[in-house]
Write a new protein. Structure first.
Length: 728
């Protein structure tokens, strides 16, 4: 047991916080479920923590407020995780007497746990019952927590450290806590993962000058101030990681220029506090874990609903705009959306297989083109080229084992930049890759839907985008992580006269536009599951042609089969992995058939999807790409070559479009823009299980009539040679 006179030094400090008040003994176990001791006279009287006082270790002072000496043998000290000290307390404590216990390095201290900025100091008697405890928020006074008066008062920030002697809380020259501000600003929304940002809202009728306003987290040495700016009535202002202002240097005790992320790192259990230019408290909110939906922190924030006046609740991320809190249905586990017709079984002729190739942890997009499978990772912007085999197996093309990394043009000279959050990939008829990104990984809290053009033959490991198309303003406003998830290029020969063009109110005519790559780019949006068709212009602009709702929820993967004239849309496990088959019919309502997840394919977070255009032995491979794992991210199934509809039209009704609008007479020729996505000829085969060997998929695509013609030419050539030899 330490000496009663171990410490009595006084250290001055300015107070910046209000304590969480915990009354002595009586209500200790009200919310903890712990047993309360019947010896209430000994209390925790003073706590120093987290090195806030230089040279003073974490300390706990006890005080006997009773009239009788108390036997302390077997008593113990603990923190919030119930960690105990190096041994039990021994000895006695006389009435009006203090005793102090401290943490020190090695075996010299009285307890071996540390007291953090938000923690608990707990005293238990020899039976394990709680005698007293202090649960304090991480609002960091710069001295300590002290009871005033000793033994019976509530805890408050101490004016001085007085371990081993009477506490000093009042009339000590300490700064009084400022009164509550009358400012109309409130903290309106907070994101702590994956990005750090805070949204403020002006609930008043006048513009507020933000100069001097300050934001702190749960610690008073983490402070960031506005140097300028204002917010209009009912207006919003968002402070993100890169917002510049003044940062408090707690060593020099001065403010210096810096960014928000240099001052604050918003944690999973934290607080955000707002102060006006006078130092008065404006607003604060505290939480114990990251906001998340179904375990995904990127999908949720803490926000007031309605703006400015509502209680904080889980919400969709909406920085700078009106809040949108989750409904009760959204907070429940997601169910597949209701549909008019049940989903059909997705036909397969082979069991699902997990491929023995490794990627990174953020697998996202897939695309098949001329026997090659292209894959992209959303965490790094890295993409790979793999050889696809007839049995669904794949192998990295030589030199592509580590892939290449696509970069924004703005980051060309900054190799440390986080780069695009690449969710989808497609090879177009011009031989270029088009990679879809929903945000910049350097600024994860902001949605940024962009397509990047990349030359797959460019030297790696980094490939700077040769051109970029920002589609954000052309798509619905969504949260940062709910944007574009997939992209698929389709040649003009497939969409001319079939895709509805809402600009002209008629079937798509490519001659009306001057798009690149002789095709249309479809993108899938996770937020609403819609598929949007764009023409990309050479000047970096884009035109939205059509908006299609396949009715499956989140659109995570896209694939167009030229041989089936069908656009497939894949959802993830949030919607049970359903697949929609879309047949364009020259109307605003294309025919859609819904299919269940392929039998044997795990219901996991598959974000990538691709189908081989070519067939081998009456089967073609389809691949699925799982986000969140490195090993076993790629799976495959074998489909019959007559497509999922088993001979029916993709809409599941042989007469689904009895009076289709005829295509315009000036459309592109059948081969126009077909590029490397296949030759556009239809090939159907019997749907029967077959044994398939590992070999490259055939590139010919010739039908039986073509083979007859080739055979006839060979016979004619043979006859000519025979005739010439006879003449010789």
């Amino acid at each position: 047991m330490t000496s009663l006179s171990r410490l009595s030094s006084a250290i001055g400090a300015t107070m910046f916080a209000v304590a969480l008040i915990v009354p002595p003994n009586a209500a200790i176990a009200a919310t903890t479920g712990e047993t309360t001791s019947s010896s209430p006279s000994v209390v925790i009287n003073e706590v120093v923590y987290d090195d806030v006082v230089p040279g003073t270790p974490d300390s706990i002072e006890l005080f006997n407020a009773g009239t009788e000496t108390v036997e302390l043998s077997g008593w113990s000290l603990h923190d919030d995780k119930d960690r105990t000290g190096k041994g039990t307390i021994s000895g006695t404590l006389a009435p009006g007497e203090f005793t102090v216990f401290q943490q020190k390095e090695g075996s010299q201290g009285d307890f071996d746990f540390g007291l953090g900025k938000g923690d608990s100091a707990v005293l238990k008697d020899a039976t394990g019952a709680v005698v007293d405890r202090l649960d304090y928020k991480a609002t960091a006074p710069l001295a300590d927590w002290s009871r005033c008066p000793d033994g019976s008062g509530d805890f408050a920030p101490g004016a001085q450290v007085t371990l081993g002697s009477a506490n000093i809380c009042e009339d000590s020259g300490q700064a009084e806590e400022p009164e509550e501000s009358l400012s109309p600003l409130v903290i309106n929304e907070i994101d702590s993962s994956p990005a750090d940002w805070v949204e403020l809202y002006n609930s008043g009728d006048n513009t507020v000058d933000l100069t001097g306003y300050e934001i702190r987290d749960n610690s008073d040495d983490h402070r960031w101030q506005f140097t300028s700016g204002s917010v209009a009535p009912r207006g919003f202002v968002t402070i993100d990681a890169k917002s510049t202002g003044l940062v408090f240097d707690d060593v020099a005790a001065v403010f210096v220029p810096g960014t928000f992320e240099e001052a604050l790192g918003i944690g999973s259990g934290d607080s955000i506090r707002l102060y006006d230019s006078t130092g008065a408290t404006v607003d604060e909110y505290s939480w114990t874990e990251h906001a998340s939906l179904n375990g995904d922190a990127a999908l949720a924030t803490y926000a007031r609903c309605p703006d400015g006046t509502g209680e904080f609740a889980l919400a969709h991320p909406t920085p700078g705009t009106a809040n949108s809190c989750f409904s009760a249905n959204e907070l429940d586990p997601q169910e597949p959306p209701a549909t008019a017709a049940p989903a059909k079984p997705f036909p397969t002729v082979g069991m699902a297989k997990i491929q023995d190739v490794s990627f990174l942890d953020d697998s996202s997009g897939l695309d098949w083109a001329d026997d090659y499978l292209w894959a992209v990772d959303n965490g790094t912007g890295r993409f790979w080229k793999l050889t696809a085999h007839a049995d669904g197996s794949v192998s990295f093309v030589d030199g592509w084992e580590t892939g290449k990394r696509v970069r924004y043009a703005k980051d060309a000279q900054d190799p440390e930049a986080a780069g695009p959050d690449t969710e989808g990939i497609t090879m177009a008829g011009d031989g270029r890759l088009y990679i879809a990104s929903e945000r910049d990984n350097s600024n994860k809290g902001v949605n940024y839907n962009v397509l990047l053009q990349a030359d797959p033959e460019a030297d790696g490991p980094d490939v700077v985008a040769s051109q970029e198309w920002d589609l954000t303003a052309l798509l619905p406003t969504v949260s940062a992580n709910m944007g574009i998830e997939a992209v698929e290029w389709v040649p003009n020969s497939e969409v001319a006269g079939k895709l509805w063009d809402h600009n002209t109110g008629a079937a798509f005519n490519p001659k009306v536009y001057h798009g690149i790559a002789n095709g249309v780019f479809f993108v899938g949006l996770e937020n609403n599951g819609h598929v949007y068709a764009f023409v990309l212009n050479s000047d970096g602009t884009a035109q939205l042609i059509s908006d299609i709702d396949p009715g499956i929820g989140g659109a995570m993967g896209l694939n167009y089969l030229v041989r089936e004239h069908t656009l497939y849309v894949e959802s993830d496990n949030g919607y049970d992995g359903r697949i929609a088959a879309i047949s364009l019919n020259a109307t605003a309502n294309p025919d859609v058939t819904l299919y269940a997840r392929p039998e044997g394919l795990a219901n996991v977070n598959n974000e990538g999807f691709a189908i081989a255009e070519e067939c081998a032995d009456s089967a073609r491979a389809a691949w699925f790409f799982q986000d969140g794992v490195a090993e076993g991210a790629l799976s495959s199934v074998l489909m019959p070559c007559d497509g999922p509809s088993n001979g029916e039209t993709p809409g599941g009704d042989e007469t689904q479009n009895a009076n289709p609008t005829p295509p315009p007479t000036d459309t592109a020729s059948p081969g126009d823009g077909a590029g490397n996505k296949g030759n556009g000829q239809t090939q159907r085969a019997q749907s029967v299980p077959v044994a398939v060997t590992s070999q490259p998929l055939p590139r010919t695509g010739a039908d039986s009539a073509g083979l007859v013609i080739v055979a006839a030419l060979l016979l004619a050539a043979g006859g000519a040679l025979y005739y010439l030899r006879r003449r010789a």
